[in-house]
Design a protein around this ligand. Sequence first.
Ligand code: XUL
Ligand code: CO
Length: 440
Amino acid sequence: MAEAFTGIEKIRYEGPSSTNMLAFRHYDADALVEGKPMRDHLRFAVAYWHAFRGTGADPFGPGTMLRPWEAAVDSVDNAVARVGVAFEFMQKLGVDYYCFHDRDVAPEGASLTEANANLDRVADALAAAQERTGIKLLWGTANLFSNPRYVHGAATSCNVETFAYAAAQVKKAIEVTHRLGGSGYTFWGGREGYQCLWNTDMKRETDHLARFMHMAVDYAREIGFTGQFYFEPKPREPMKHQYDFDAATCINFLRAYGLEKHVKMNLETNHATLAGHEIQHELEYAGMQGFLGSVDANTGDTLVGWDTDQFPTSIYMTTQMMYSILKYGGLAPGGINFDAKVRRESFEPVDLFHAHIGGMDAFARGLKIAAALRADGAIQKLVEERYASWSSDLGKQIEAGSESFASLEKLMLAKGDAAACTSGRQELFENVINRYLDNA
Ligand code: XUL
Ligand code: CO
């Protein structure tokens, strides 16, 4: 097959002082951090939908991307040829994983039978490319939101046959994910939510969503798929309200419906922003509850109120993220999937490289800084000092459950008032972080 990215060689690590913009300055795949190669901490994945199906279209105009390998019609042959381009890109970039929706990789066709046959043909090409390159599937998913049959949602649709079609589509997507050795399968709500509560039976819809997920999990186990299931929170867009609002909402849903043993969180930065959280909040919340699964890496724009899916470049943010990820034991079998798109104005193929290199370097640098903070215990010690009173006998007894309202009232009546509070030292914490950003 002819090379698609001519003139671009394999992207190599050249160190922080390199000025080569097609090289890594921080991502050194085999370098050890906390005793583990960077590649195993970060487990980078390319999102097929943005990198290879993104056209640059927006509500004001059509696509702008120059993609010389794309044919005029969306045929299966073209989809198969595109697989070669995608794997050339991933190989040159040096990522170990990719993620896809069924409808990104293969055209839908005119019926379910045709859709399944198209997907099988492209899956043959994906399997061969994986075999040839060693690149693996991080997770698969199904697009249950583009086709008009999903206008009211998929699992939460008011149309029972939409639910049935979605079940058939996800059955196939799980089979293909399994066949390709995927280490996970993601549910993102798509249009699972509402635009208006007057016409919505919320209880029925969420019951149906849970029934759907149980069927998916049951079927996966039946065919021997042992990968991790993920639920990806997003509060709104396209719906006014999505049932997978944020990590806390999703975890409550999973526990309420008995799905907690099977499903963890796939947390996306820009979705956290839309929910009014920092991604650090989402990672900490999922981590402390034992639900940290995988990450969809991107960033929003604070001046734009929608899901802009930009590539992440803020070292401050990647440091926050990697600190939480290391704290909760890492992401495997999940990873860091760049659910991000180049800007409509960045339409040349080389922009795909700049975007991913920048994101990978930002996470590698965040990883190094987070590891340095952890090695010195710089933040940990300050946090422990802040909570020092809880290491007293009283604190230990409360935490152990051996105190009561009555015993605490007796203590406070005797003391008259609580001991004085100490400073929270937020500015000191922030200055410590900046010191490590300078030096690590
Ligand atoms: C949409 C989004 C999806 C999911 C997979 O905002 O993030 O691409 O990651 O369906
Ligand atoms: Co996503």
